[in-house]
Design a binder for this molecule. Sequence first.
Ligand code: CAA
Ligand code: NAI
Length: 705
Amino acid sequence: MSKDEIPRVDLERRGKIALLTLASPPVNALSIALRTALMARLGEALADRAISALVVTGAGSAFVAGADIREFGKPYPPGAPTTADLAQALEAAPKPVVAAINGVAAGGGLELALGCHARLAAPKARIGLPEVKLGIVPGAGGTQRLPRLIGVEPALDLILSGELVRAEKALALGIVDAVESGDLIAAAVAMAEHLAAEGKPLRRTSALEDRLAAARAKPDLFAAYRKDWTRRARGQEAPQAAIEAVEAGLSLSFTDAMARERAIFERRLTSPQSKALRHVFFAEREVAKVPDIAPSVATIPIRRAGVVGCGTMGGGIAMNFANAGIPVSVLETDRAILEKGLAIVAKNYAATVAKGRLSQAEMEKRLALIEGTVSYDDLAQSDIVVEAVFEEMGAKKKVFEALDRVVKPGAILATNTSTLDIDAIAAFTKRPESVIGTHFFSPANVMRLMENVRGKRSAPEVVATVMALSKTLGKIGVLSGVCDGFIGNRMLYAYWRQANALLLEGALPQDVDQAIYAFGFPMGPFATNDLTGLDISWRVRQRHIAEGKGPFPEYAVADALVARQRLGQKTGAGFYKYAAGDRTPILDPEVEELIRDASAAAGIQRRKIAPEEIVERCLYPLVNEGAKILDEGIAARAGDIDIVWINGYGFPAYRGGPMFYAGQIGLATVLRVMEALHARFGDLLKPAPLLVRLAREGKGFGDLS
Ligand code: CAA
Ligand code: NAI
């Protein structure tokens, strides 16, 4: 199927059975055109006396991936059927309708299937209602039919998680009647023939009542779900709205409950959270596309990998390759360090097995793919080598010169550096076109983000390969140009600098952390800094000072803490105190005293700072830096920056990432605040030219792409 095909529904006769195949590449999303076609074909099949039953399926690899998200919020032609209308029409059909779920049945896709009288799934099918992930609720009967089919609690669990479950799990839950590993269509046709011949009353999901009884007997059920999901999806409105819709199904008639679901769905559709999450959905898919590299550029096959350094990052990076089934050799300076590093890898896997998330056999398979070595010769045949040694140019030079000598031509030489100049590293080799940055985030085996840093001379196929590799490793790769801190950390510096300045002006670490937490980050900047180590950020500052980018008077408190060897969690104290073996921050009067002294020493009269000001002060400079990054071409699109911040730094996805969030606030507002900050605090907070231009033109960052 080509992507440009016009959405259509094919009607094929198999004896007395009509096979309706939805075809709208790539995933049969239910656009207005496809829905209209399905309604027409359904009418045709029902009117045809020679047809006794129907089978509905999807062309290509998907059944139906749900509503066409691109059409959300667009004008709706009068008379076009909604997915709810279709599910209703399928269910009300006087002839049996069987869903043959050949692949993904998500959202409206599952809702269509729930309207059918029986469901068969292929083993590879993935089934669920992911709407909450888009900030909405199922709007075509999902919150009503699913509880009637499988019970309220299992339905709520599926709807609230938004996860797609595999066919076997769907069978166990009772969503599908059978999993067919042979010819799915033949089996569905046979089932349709059987139902037609049997002539029994059809099983209409909306008429099932008995599964609701268990929930009716539990008066506290919904309160418990509300409480649980307030915690699990902090700040998010959609899960609560979904609970409201499901609950309505217990007290209202099916028709009234459907109307309630629709009203909740429509309210959610226009909410800022849904707009933000839809932006994230598309940004996540767009990020893989590199504007100046054609999709036809061939990638280098990655069959073997190498990693240099088996420390915090190297071990995790090696796990990523093994998890993807790629054999990997890990090089260390000596056997003892190597064994220690590999023991940590084994311990990490064992912890996953203990949690029941990995089988023992799978763990052993993965461990067998990781081979330790102290000889560069064992890296020679690698298709990619990722360097993860100490963050020092001297160390990088030694490694890259060695790799250049040993590793086969055409292989990719990647560095995990978080701050050093990729072009300078590339210059240590005679093949700078093969050198690129692959900046994994810590813990590397867990964090989804990979900032792929393109050097001035990185070859297109090297860039394309690394972007594709991110996907193979189950990561989300964002391409960055070379600059200090790349996309993420460069913006982080701007943010943390203001957070630290706020301490001198009157806030305490807990005030800032609480305001940022309430905004939706999992942690505020000081708790985060305690986690990552105050010495690490101190070292970056020292380098910046050496490069003439200092001084940094805002960091007076952080510097004083480092001078007292309060380096964060690892020393039991930083901006907060920690009890041994416990990561819970404890307020420390010593820090408060130190902060007050620092304010006095800087001649600053402390003042009360409101949470709203803290958020603006931390986040608008972050956006401002993002605008510079965009203007300089370091990031290709504003959405790429959003993806970095959501996946690498915990920016709440339901706010769409910093650049999208700025657009929702209004760039004119952001500019006004930045201008005020500039006037008060000087050039450090000067509005970025791109922000000024877009704000004046009444545009957003998204208008650039
Ligand atoms: N609408 C529009 N486009 C969609 C789409 C959808 N529902 N689902 C996927 N696409 C597009 C993607 O944007 C992508 O396009 P490009 O190639 O142009 O980037 C293409 O289809 C392929 O998608 P993926 O790259 O994500 O492919 P995948 O194989 O990794 O994943 C998938 C396939 C599991 C279906 C995944 O795309 C997905 O989760 N899609 C969204 C499913 C969803 O949220 N559905 C619910 C919609 S809301 C609803 O249904 C409510 C209602 O009816 C009332
Ligand atoms: P680490 O200190 O934990 O590990 C480095 C390892 O490299 C050590 O085990 C060391 O023995 C080994 N090593 C040093 N020289 C070597 C050589 N010539 N040959 C082979 N092995 C050698 O350091 P970490 O934290 O893993 O950092 C590695 C790189 O990743 C650095 O560039 C760092 O900036 C970057 N990074 C670190 C992150 C973090 O959170 N720790 C996050 C993102 C990037």
